[in-house]
Design a binder for this molecule. Sequence first.
Ligand SMILES: C[S@@+](CC[C@H](N)C(=O)[O-])C[C@H]1O[C@@H](n2cnc3c(N)ncnc32)[C@H](O)[C@@H]1O
Length: 237
Amino acid sequence: MSPAELSADARILWRLLRGQPRTGSHAERLEGFYAPQADRYDIFRARLLHGRGDMIRALEIPSGARVVELGCGTGSNLVELARTRPLETLASVELVDLCPPLLEVARRRTAGLANVSVIGADATQWRPAQPVDRVFLSYSLTMMPDWRAVLDNAHAMLVPGGRLGIVDFHLPGTGNRFVNALWQHWFAHDGVHLSKQHLPALQSLFTAPQLEQRHAAVPYLPGLRAPYYWFVGSKPR
Ligand SMILES: C[S@@+](CC[C@H](N)C(=O)[O-])C[C@H]1O[C@@H](n2cnc3c(N)ncnc32)[C@H](O)[C@@H]1O
């Protein structure tokens, strides 16, 4: 890694060590947390947020589909999406987030893509103009305090038979209590709230589930592996 890259990593690590601001609205805390990281976000998170491509492939997005990502950040998942099929074969891709500095990066990335829109809105409330075929959330459910409202909203915006995909950190049911408590505490400092309730809620709302539970490396924490999962399920017809 070059000295410039190391110094950019140091700025991100400093923000992570300071944690998410404790005051202000949810949107203000996200902005305070992400504004200093926005330019370097993708490179650092590529080493932290695993399984995004696996989840997007399992969505099996058909040609002509309408697709929504809730909590899109910088829109970096478009790269994975484009690996599964050419973006221009999709009817629409709507990228939704609440954090202006990250949305600015997403807007730069998607400039000139006629069927992709970047939308500043709260995932608990925003709805597309018509029901969509695929909705996914990538490492954003754990950052959404009212995550049940987000899941209900995602369910409501899908066509019957449409698919929801989630990839995120969590607390595995079989995990060691001490290790789970360590991860819960460590992530909560940065506004990421690991839960044992996300998977059961997903399994009660969506059918035909595909689920992988894994552990992955964390930058600058040698030997430690954080628990994450990806889930894809269908809205009952
Ligand atoms: C860890 S980032 C993940 C970004 C992106 N999905 C990725 O995989 O790189 C979590 C994102 O969720 C967004 N977020 C948190 N709460 C939100 C809400 N209520 N509505 C919309 N976006 C939200 C944050 O602004 C942030 O961009």
